[in-house]
Write a protein that binds this ligand. Structure first.
Ligand SMILES: O=c1ccn([C@@H]2O[C@H](COP(=O)(O)O)[C@@H](O)[C@H]2O)c(=O)[nH]1
Length: 281
């Protein structure tokens, strides 16, 4: 059996072809209302599939936010399965934003659910939380390696509460976030053009400081949520990421989705955002 093409390689090709924008599929109750839909299963289905069909052909990555689907129970998760399939049919890679992390044996079950192609929820990559210790993510790492999938590990998140944990100092004087990037650097070693093990670093943070042991040169992609509705701008991306900007996927959900429900307007919003990102790297 031939080895699957690693996520990092597939992502680099998609970004070269379509640009770095990661469009979020976040069916907020407020957006359903703004689109003239009910905050119910039918509204979820119409919203999520309209957005996915419109955006998948023009974005390198779509990022469905699992929470907004889980809100409707198993029927909502079935819509998420259709979103994943539809996004792939449209040519986008799918990054499932689930931020999972647990003890190793449970992490294995999550990894099987989100990264094994045999699962109806399988995506190209998933977000994971390392705050039960980076080693607890080993089942995710091994499952991703086996199936050519990717991971995005929470490092410096876009929310204002993150620094309490992520800037804390640990042995060796690095910050917790810096240590997470060190683990990712080891996983990505020797991968070209970059590895499959990414970090989440918000587009809203203060500059990562070298004295905190935060070195963005860890050889993997960087998901940068907070771009758009949370206030992050293209200038912020340049300020925060500098030489690492070529590996950044700016992620925007509400700002693009607010252009709907017209599929042409949604697509135009994504294309405009991609154009604005053209000079980033
Ligand atoms: O640090 C993080 C990690 C993930 N997110 C997620 O990204 C989107 C952001 O949505 P916007 O509408 O563009 O603000 C959402 O799904 C978050 O859960 C994040 O914001 N910050």
């Amino acid at each position: 059996m031939t080895a699957p093409t690693p996520f990092g390689t597939r992502l680099a090709a998609a970004v070269a072809d379509r640009g770095p924008l990661c469009a979020g599929i976040d069916p907020h109750a407020g957006l359903l209302t703004a689109w003239g839909l009910g905050d119910d299963l039918a509204g979820l289905e119409r919203f999520a599939l309209t957005a996915t069909e419109a955006l998948a052909p023009v974005c390198s990555v779509l990022k469905p936010q699992s929470a907004f689907f889980e809100r409707f129970g198993s029927a909502g998760v079935a819509v998420l399965e259709r979103v994943i399939a539809t996004a792939r049919e449209g040519g986008a890679l799918v990054l499932l934003d689930v931020k999972r992390g647990d003890i190793g044996s449970t992490s294995q079950a999550y990894a099987d659910a989100y990264l094994d192609p045999a699962s109806p929820l399988a995506a190209d990559a998933a977000t994971v939380s390392p705050y039960l210790g980076f080693g607890s993510l080993s089942p995710f790492v091994e499952t991703a390696q086996r199936h050519g999938a990717g991971l995005f590990v929470l490092a410096l998140t876009s929310n204002p509460e993150g620094p309490e944990v992520q800037h804390a100092r640990i042995a060796g004087a690095a910050s917790v976030a810096g240590r997470m990037l060190d683990h990712l650097r080891a996983l990505n070693a020797d991968a070209a053009p970059h590895g499959s093990f990414g970090a989440v670093v918000g587009a809203t943070i203060a500059e990562p400081a070298a004295e905190d042991g935060v070195d963005l040169d860890f050889g993997g992609p960087i998901l940068a949520p907070g771009f758009g509705a949370q206030g992050g701008t293209v200038d912020d991306l340049r300020r925060i990421f500098g030489a690492a900007a070529a590996r950044v996927l700016p992620s925007s959900s509400r700002e693009i989705l607010a252009a709907g429900p017209d599929p042409v307007a949604l697509r135009d919003a994504a294309v405009r955002t991609t154009d604005a990102l053209a000079g980033l790297a």
